[in-house]
Design a protein around this ligand. Structure first.
Ligand code: DX5
Ligand code: ZN
Length: 222
């Protein structure tokens, strides 16, 4: 399975989002960062914008909720047609209940871990999820530097996925470039979010191809 590259529209031109979606049509999914100015100190967009964008997007949506109270909001994104909805482990006391709700609506369920959050308590919950998002920066802003310290967590996840044979995508998000994608691929990631490195490139499609090739070359056969 080739590596998945999910450009984050946080780095796109917000005045021209439909056109920006057209520049990344060779990507696998569109990563959509939802921030509420509570869970993280930044604010982006909400359900009406996402449902309208989903109508004009040629690619499925990978929604990343950096919000408090995901129980209240996450199902709405699934109902709006998101292919995948990922909420933060730190924001909920009932991750399994919410994952089941999302799956019952027809979306893939994802759980995200901030850099300081240990993965061990979540390993036994993996059958309830389709994706784990290992944050490789502190959530809240694009354009930050990749934190190599998060790779140990990815190694633990990759080993668990290999051992159990579960079909769970392992996603990294934050500071992914042609250099850091190699480190994440070697650690076991198969799904890569990239904001600034894709949208700041002169040719986003060529950059997506470069990122995918770099990841494919360094992923171990699972
Ligand atoms: C950060 C977001 C990321 C961000 C990545 O809180 O979750 O998805 O858009 O942007 P880059 O690739 O620029 O680090
Ligand atoms: Zn994100």
């Amino acid at each position: 399975m080739p590596s998945r590259i999910n450009p984050s529209i946080l780095a796109a031109d917000f005045a021209n989002l439909e056109r920006e979606l057209g520049r990344i049509r060779t990507a696998d999914l569109v990563h959509v960062d939802i921030m509420d100015n509570h869970f993280v100190p930044n604010l982006t967009f909400g359900p009406p914008v996402v449902s309208r964008l989903a109508q004009v997007s040629p690619l499925p949506f990978d929604v990343h909720l950096m919000i408090d109270n995901p129980e209240r909001w996450a199902p709405g994104y699934a109902e709006a047609g998101a292919f995948s909805v990922t909420f933060h482990a730190e924001a909920t006391t009932n991750p399994v209940g919410l994952a089941r709700k999302l799956r019952s609506i027809g979306a893939r369920a994802g759980i995200a871990l901030k850099p300081g959050t240990a993965v061990e308590p979540y390993l036994e919950l993996l059958p309830e999820f389709d994706q784990v998002l290992v944050m490789t920066v502190e959530p809240g802003f694009g354009g930050q530097s990749f934190m190599p310290s998060t790779m140990r967590k990815l190694g633990t996840l990759a080993a668990t996925v290999r051992r159990t044979g579960l079909d769970v995508w392992l996603q990294v998000d934050g500071g992914i470039t042609e250099e850091t994608i190699v480190i994440a691929a070697e650690a076991g990631a198969d799904t890569f979010v990239a904001g600034s490195s894709v949208f700041n490139a002169a040719d986003p499609a060529a950059q997506i191809a470069r990122l995918r090739a770099a990841a494919d070359e360094h992923r171990h056969a699972h």
